[in-house]
Design a protein around this ligand. Structure first.
Ligand code: ATP
Ligand code: MG
Ligand code: FE
Length: 345
């Protein structure tokens, strides 16, 4: 079974061909990072326009690199939410046009389901159930993956997403955009114990996250240092901030695994590329007999291989979308299968 996956929810235009849900035949990603850098973040209107330019060349390249023709494709899988509406519409419209013209089934994919599925591409033996920490630009969720396309949300952020916190702090300390990789790199030469930043716990035992207090604490620290004229060490701030984020992500995810009595943890989303998160999650979970998995760096941030993989499982489960499939910027993870849903994913 061959799936053509298409992704355009934010600032990556991507297409991929996936064989039998697990094997990557091609994975083409055109990132617009350099384009948005000078604005310090993604500019939605620019992103949409760039997607329009790139979508068909990227799709053609994905087919060409895979060495397959459109005729051989069994279904088209496309992200239809959540994300920037104008950006989503480009990939979705292209997918619909291709599906219509080539008379192929269309499968709509939830972007976060895609991020989780990246782990299936990395670990061919991985099967549900497992606990997945999804930490990205817009999400910080602890998900109990009960089956393919079957999720229960165990915890989520009450304010900023983890990736969003990285991006905001990066801007505040003058490192720029995108914040995650730059903080990661600076933290390598910094002291994570230099400054004590808060780690939020909720009294009710909730596995939720909150990063806005941490953000304020870092900003207050920077102001204080500036006022007293003391030297600020960027690597130390980066390392101490990063450690505060990583500590709570790791702590809550391991608690979730123990709560559900599951001995497999996967991480997903852009923040899953973080060096300290990968290291700490592995070390701390393995001490408790829990196996930890994470996708290769290119599969952590936005790509279409993960969308093709998620689409494969939806496809073999009989899911099909009509030509009326619309982009849903605030799409929730399917509540019909997600029992005990604590809120939008
Ligand atoms: P979402 O998936 O929630 O819709 P998104 O698609 O914009 O959001 P991703 O592409 O999954 O997000 O991830 C991008 C985020 O990951 C950014 O916030 C970026 O700073 C962060 N990120 C990328 N690499 C790293 C890293 N090495 N360390 C920490 N954060 C990182
Ligand atoms: Mg991106
Ligand atoms: Fe993403």
């Amino acid at each position: 079974t061959l799936i053509l996956g298409i992704e355009s929810s934010c600032d990556e235009t991507a297409a991929s061909v996936i064989k039998n849900g697990r094997y990557i035949m091609s994975n083409v990603i055109s990132s617009q990072i350099d384009l948005h850098k000078k604005y310090g973040g993604v500019v939605p209107e620019i992103a949409s326009r760039k997607h329009v330019e790139l979508i068909m060349p990227v799709v053609h390249q994905a087919l060409e690199e895979a060495g397959v023709s459109l005729k051989e494709i069994d279904a088209i899988g496309v992200t239809y939410g959540p994300g920037l509406v104008g950006a989503l519409l480009v990939g979705l419209t292209a997918a619909k046009a291709i599906a219509f013209a080539a008379n192929k089934p269309l499968v709509g994919v939830h972007h976060i389901e895609g991020h989780i599925a990246a782990n299936y591409l990395q670990e061919p033996e991985l099967e549900p159930p497992f606990i997945c920490l999804v930490a990205s630009g817009g999400h910080s969720h602890i998900v109990h993956v009960k089956g393919y396309g079957e999720f229960e949300i165990l915890g989520q952020t009450r304010d900023d997403a983890a990736g969003e916190a990285f991006d905001k702090i990066s801007r505040a300390i003058g490192l720029g955009y995108p914040g995650g990789p730059l903080i990661d790199k600076n933290a390598l030469i910094g002291n994570s114990k230099a400054i004590q930043f808060p780690r939020v716990t909720f009294e009710d035992g909730s596995l939720d996250f909150s990063f806005s207090g941490l953000k304020t604490a870092v900003l207050n620290y920077l102001n204080r240092m500036e006022q007293t004229g003391e030297q600020i060490s960027i690597p130390d701030v980066a390392a101490s901030f990063q450690q505060a984020v990583v500590d709570v992500l790791v702590r809550n995810t391991i608690t979730a695994a123990k709560m559900k009595n599951i001995d497999k943890i996967a991480i997903a989303g852009g923040v899953a590329a973080n060096t300290q998160l990968r290291k700490d999650m592995k070390e701390k979970a393995e001490k408790q007999g829990i196996k930890v998995m994470y996708p290769g760096l290119i599969l952590c941030t936005d790509n279409a291989a993960m969308i093709g993989c998620a689409a494969y499982y939806e496809f073999i489960n009989g899911k099909r979308a009509g030509m009326d499939l619309n982009a849903v910027p605030g799409l929730k993870l399917s509540t019909s299968i997600s029992k005990n849903n604590n809120g939008p994913l």
